[in-house]
Design a protein around this ligand. Structure first.
Ligand SMILES: [Zn+2]
Length: 439
């Protein structure tokens, strides 16, 4: 239930082949999300535009002590060999990427070059108010974009760096940090939502709990005043500061005479105390028929012409436009949007660990926030965005990283494997004790 991946940093680099492109008026709107699924604890902060927050070659690090130091002083950065950004901008509700680039005097062509590099990770589309953009400028004019960093929080950043006149490559930086565990508990008094909030759970965590038990409990009808619930939550810290990333390791709901349980096992799935899965399985293919794979998942792909590193983060199926696209597992639609290169695409979150993406669609049949079930028709395939022909690009992400959807280990089993049972039972016992002691 700890994060197993102790990799220091995951670095993914990506560039793309040049291609003169009709940059259709793409309105890249930076969502003003009610953000049920992806909580951000940030408080929107007024934007800092001019003068730039930090001068590139800052002389004295005489930041006034009363102000919140952004990240590090120029001196710290210089020592570490890191240049501080020329501009730091915190996204506000209603901002669009295009407006931000215009306002900061960073050209639209640079924006499209960044967008082109972004098409394999689509990080820009996940920006939310409160996230920070950091710009490094250079070139002859001193206004050319050299580097753009998206800071989602202390632990998650994506960095776009210029490689030549017309291309950027990206790096995804994930800092594992440390995880601290704490028990929370509460009693139902009013709605589950209000009671859980009072116990200290976030909207996203409450939604996660509701989704986990949705087949077993009607939260509006079944819960009674006086019913109790307990949770063991892990929170991530980087340099002693909470990043806002959390994980629920255990949940117990005492509903009249029955007890509902959910324990997160090391395989990333939730099981009840007897080891039976709470989640339903995945489909391997996002279409009813199995179409030919026109381009396989390939994290190490090099472009045949440029030789550049250009990972292909999904599987392309050669299906004709208008083919029914199916949700591969139960989940919540977190995004339905248009991208100049990825085309019309849909993102579905399946619990905390899994995410799927469907690109180049001609038509979406779902809306953001909609709960979908495995096998549900969510869209029609197409050829939108930058494509050479109609196909469906399907991605599966596990813990934030793209995996090969055709071979990835995805939950198919209905219960904890017998060989893993002793380990699971030991973990359940430990978490039960943590909850017992807290109540
Ligand atoms: Zn593809």
């Amino acid at each position: 239930m700890r994060r197993n991946d102790t990799t220091d940093k995951l670095i993914q680099t990506f560039t793309r082949l040049p291609k003169v492109h009709k940059l259709a008026i793409a309105s890249v709107t930076l969502l003003v999300a009610a953000a049920l699924m992806m909580p951000k604890e940030h408080q929107p902060v007024p934007l800092v535009l001019d003068p730039p927050l930090v001068q590139p070659a800052a002389q004295d690090a005489d930041t006034s002590p009363g102000e919140e130091a952004p990240v590090a002083t120029a001196e710290d950065a210089a020592k570490a060999g890191i240049a501080l950004p020329d501009i730091e901008y915190q996204i506000r509700p209603g901002d669009t990427l295009s407006d931000i680039f215009n306002h900061l005097g960073v050209g639209q062509s640079a924006m499209y070059q960044v967008l082109e590099s972004d098409q394999e990770i689509l990080a820009l589309d996940t920006l939310q108010p409160g996230d920070t953009l950091r710009f490094w400028l250079g070139g002859d004019s001193g206004t050319e974009l050299e580097k753009l960093e998206l800071r989602f929080n202390l632990a998650h950043q994506v960095i776009f760096s210029r490689v030549d006149d017309s291309h950027f490559e990206f790096q995804k930086v994930d800092i594992p940090g440390t995880w601290q565990s704490e028990p929370l508990s509460g009693e139902i008094n009013g709605s589950f939502y209000v009671s859980a909030q009072k116990a200290g759970l976030s909207d996203a965590e409450i939604a996660r709990i509701a989704a986990l038990f949705k087949d077993k409990l009607n939260f509006a009808r079944d819960l009674r005043a006086g019913d109790r619930f307990q949770v063991v939550r892990q929170s991530q810290f980087v340099d002693g500061q909470a990043t806002g990333d959390t994980e629920l390791d255990a949940i117990r709901i005492f509903n009249r005479d029955k007890v509902l349980t959910a324990y997160l096992f090391s395989d990333g799935s939730y099981y009840d105390k007897d080891g039976d899965s709470l989640a339903r399985a995945f489909l391997r293919f996002p279409t009813a028929r199995h179409y030919r794979i026109s381009s396989p998942f390939d994290p190490h792909r090099h472009h045949p012409v440029t030789g550049r590193y250009a990972p292909h983060n999904g599987t392309d199926f050669a299906c004709p436009s208008g083919t029914a696209v199916l949700a591969t597992a139960d989940g919540v639609v977190t995004r339905v949007t248009n991208h100049p290169y990825a085309g019309k695409y849909i993102v579905i979150q399946h619990g905390g660990k899994y995410l799927s993406r469907y690109l180049h669609l001609s038509k979406s049949l779902v809306h953001k926030g909609q709960i979908v079930s495995r096998g549900q028709k969510i869209a029609l395939s197409g050829a939108t965005g930058r494509v050479t022909g109609p196909h469906l690009h399907y991605e599966l992400h596990i813990n934030g990283h793209p995996v090969n959807p055709m071979t990835a280990k995805i939950p198919m089993a209905a219960s904890v494997d017998s060989k893993d049972r002793p380990a699971f039972m030991a973990e359940v016992k430990k978490l039960e004790a943590q909850m017992d002691n807290a109540s």
